[in-house]
Design a protein around this ligand. Sequence first.
Ligand SMILES: Nc1ncnc2c1ncn2[C@@H]1O[C@H](COP(=O)(O)OP(=O)(O)OP(=O)(O)O)[C@@H](O)[C@H]1O
Length: 380
Amino acid sequence: MFSIAVSKRRIGFELEVAIEVPRPGVVALFGRSGCGKTTLVNIVAGLVAADQARIAIDGVVLEDSLLGQRVPAHRRRIGYVFQDARLFPHLDVRGNLRYAQRRASRVPARIGFDQAVQLLGLEALLRRRVHQLSGGERQRVALGRALLAQPRLLLLDEPLAALDAARRDEVLPYLEMLRDELSVPMIYVSHQFEEVLRLATHVVLMEQGRVVVQGGLDDISLHPRLRAIVGPESVGAVLLGRIENDGDGRLATVCIGENVLSVPMRAARRGAMVRVQLLARDIILATSRPEGLSVRNMLTGRVSRVSGDDADTDLVQVDVGGAHIMARVTREATAALGLRGGLRVWVLVKAVSIRGHAFAGGASLEVLKSSIGMGSDAAQ
Ligand SMILES: Nc1ncnc2c1ncn2[C@@H]1O[C@H](COP(=O)(O)OP(=O)(O)OP(=O)(O)O)[C@@H](O)[C@H]1O
């Protein structure tokens, strides 16, 4: 469990944040540039002084202004990975990793050298100098170095922001693996929703120094303020399901509550938890059961909410057996179909427009299962 309650004033900016997360996993701090994400993680790391702070991780109090306690940054045992890797250029990869390991020699080692090297795929890079590494490889080494410092918390401040899309895709699976294999809690700062979608087990949506909403991604994805950050094209429901059939690495069958969806997934594994994003722009609603369509995914449910999206469109939320899907329709369509709360509708979504990301297991799986009230046998 970690809890953070901080306040800090600067000219023209005020940070006032309280976060409480019960288990390990990845807490994503998500929000527009300037909302205070970096200031917050710098306060947690002890690099910036807050006006008021109470920061505790697993019962260890790192800062409590009321009691006058403040553990200095170098004693907090917090690993920090920045946008740029900040490796020692005069050392090779092994030297960079060993340096971190030596500095943590008095702390009981939860993560060994070989384990970190293997988890991050660094075997072939150990003798390379920093200038011989790609941006993605540098970030993997920076992650390894942070882990070998045996942190009680890992802070990742936009670790992929300086990488191009191909390099980001190369590093993301390693981050997913760390989340699933280790029990080190992480705070992940990003303004890329794609990264949040893949990594977060708990999301904190921030705006102008405040928390707008925090919780599971399924709830956050429906929050009206998310639109202002991700833009209208990226608004949509994020649902949690379980892979029923891996579809030979093409179209997996995913159970979401009582519903079944066909989802394109390359690395699907039967029984694995999966997070599925259905963009509001890709959803079609019908008020009677359509026939003779090529669309593979058809669900039925009841309209739970209709809200204005912009001048010409509405966002329609549909409850499909407890899961909520959001569709964007023109206001004309809302009127023509008589869309209103309680109306039965059919929800159509082309399989190719669905994005699915598997959660392999480990700590995050437990967090996710508990957040949706599933027993521990649910993923068997
Ligand atoms: N050292 C500083 N002195 C004064 N103001 C600062 C300082 N660092 C940041 N700020 C201001 O504090 C506010 C929050 O900045 P912060 O860097 O925490 O936001 P952020 O959400 O991390 O943004 P980004 O995504 O661009 O990194 C901004 O208004 C910023 O201009």
